[in-house]
Ligand binder design. Structure first.
Ligand SMILES: NC(=O)c1ccc[n+]([C@@H]2O[C@H](COP(=O)([O-])OP(=O)(O)OC[C@H]3O[C@@H](n4cnc5c(N)ncnc54)[C@H](OP(=O)(O)O)[C@@H]3O)[C@@H](O)[C@H]2O)c1
Length: 143
């Protein structure tokens, strides 16, 4: 996790007393994010889980792990922040679906749907979806 909205959100939640799990593709960047979190002396140490959220299979594995851990520990899942965002100007596809749609829409939707029972069990809980005004520049047709 590099400098940006995601890291700032993670730092803010940790300072507010939440046990923060950061998710990203790079274990090095994830470790740096956890170091930044833990350097603030939070009530709960941060942790990193590696997952490429452009893969719906990895989204499923992540959600299953999170749900199982929360069920086993009895700790509530209070906040899910869907922060990941990406643009693919070359219009590449992932699994036969346009990549921007996968990362920016399908992935957070699937993660949220799979974690809804866990979030509901920990009610009151919150889902925060981070997006960009750049979606307004997307063409409305199929071209
Ligand atoms: N930056 C802006 O100016 C801006 C403006 C408007 C809206 N936003 C929105 O804010 C959100 C965050 O953007 P940001 O620019 O501030 O980025 P950021 O939060 O600094 O970085 C994005 C994070 O997502 C991780 N990530 C990227 N692709 C991933 C993937 N496929 N699977 C898992 N993790 C992935 C990156 O870690 P790894 O690289 O280690 O995976 C990184 O930690 C996005 O939804 C974006 O649309 C940003």
């Amino acid at each position: 996790m590099r400098e940006g909205t995601g890291l700032e959100t993670a730092l803010g939640l940790a300072v507010a007393g939440f046990a923060v799990t950061v998710v990203g593709r790079s274990t090095d960047r994830g470790a740096q994010a956890v170091d930044r979190i833990n350097a603030m002396g939070p009530a709960h140490p941060g942790r990193f889980l590696a997952a490429d959220l452009s893969s719906l299979d990895q989204v499923r594995v992540l959600a299953e792990r999170m749900a199982a851990e929360h069920e086993a520990s009895g700790d509530s899942l209070a906040v899910l922040v869907n922060n990941v965002g990406a643009m693919f100007p070359d219009r590449r596809e992932l699994g036969g679906v346009e990549a921007s749609f996968v990362v920016n829409h399908l992935s957070p939707y699937l993660l949220t749907e799979l974690l809804l029972p866990t979030l509901t069990a920990g009610s009151p809980s919150r889902i925060v979806n981070v997006t960009s005004g750049a979606v307004g520049a997307a063409p409305s047709g199929s071209g």
